[in-house]
Structure formats: C-alpha cells, structure tokens
Write a protein that binds this ligand. Structure first.
Ligand code: FES
Length: 141
C-alpha cells in the first residue's frame, strides 16, 4: 500500500465515535471525511457533511454524535446508518452519505479512493459551518 495514503492504525479507529481526517480532491480542494468502526469490526469512511445542508459537518471536530450504529446531524436531527450510509430519518430521509473507499492492510487504514488523496488527520481548517455560502438542498425544504 502507498504509505502516504495511510490514514490511521486500525486500532485507533473508534467504534461508536468518528475519527476526522482531511482529503484533497482531484482539483486540489480540501474536504473532510471521517472513519468509524462498525460493531463487526469493519472500518468505513464517509465525507463529513450532511445531505440536508451540505455545508453542515457531521463531525464538528470533536467527534460526531453516534448512537446505535447511526451518526446524527446536530443541526436538524437527521440520522444516517453507518453500515450503509442511508439516511433513515430527518429532512434528507432517503438520501445517502457519500462513502469514501478505504482498505485495511498491515494494521492500517488506507485511503483507497480515486477521487481523493489523504492530506492529514483532523479538520481541514476550511470554514464550512458558518453559513453565508450557497446551500445545496436535496430535499426542497
Ligand atoms: S443540516 Fe443536517 S439535518 Fe439539516
């Protein structure tokens, strides 16, 4: 595996919590994603934004709210299943979180997604949750 794409050791990926990291897309723009471990030990990753208002982060830098295998959006309470990414409650019900491909090898979790390169652990530093920008709303609400 490409060591520059190693996000974290598997043992550092929490269950019932999220581990925030920063990615860079093909055009050089920074974005955020988070890792979490499912109850069966599977490690999954998703981009760190809500499908209702895409400028709202699910993990605000202190860990997302996770209960019963679901991550919550603190803004309006949408819940997304961590095993599938499916939103089963809230204003964006029926939508899907954007999954980021990762691979587990040699005790580590590697970003393995053609669209993104690993940048660093932690927040991007971009101002993504203060409003003022345009909002893409998939729900019409
Ligand atoms: S911004 Fe997430 S539910 Fe509204």
């Amino acid at each position: 595996m490409d060591e520059s794409e190693r996000v974290a050791d598997v043992e550092d990926v929490p269950e019932g919590e999220t581990l925030l990291f920063t990615v860079r897309d093909d055009e050089g723009a920074l974005g955020e994603a988070f890792l979490t471990q499912l109850s069966d030990g599977t490690v999954v990753a998703y981009r760190n934004y809500c499908r209702h208002w895409t400028d709202v982060r699910l993990d605000t830098g202190e860990g997302a709210r996770v209960t019963n295998g679901e991550v919550w959006c603190r803004r309006h309470g949408a819940t997304f299943q961590l095993d599938t990414g499916y939103c089963d409650f809230g204003p964006c019900e029926g939508s899907m979180m954007e999954e980021v491909d990762v691979t587990v090898a040699d005790g580590g979790v590697y970003l393995d997604d053609e669209e993104y390169a690993f940048e660093h652990l932690g927040p991007s530093g971009a101002d993504t949750d203060e409003g003022g920008g345009s909002r893409i709303d998939f729900t019409g609400s």
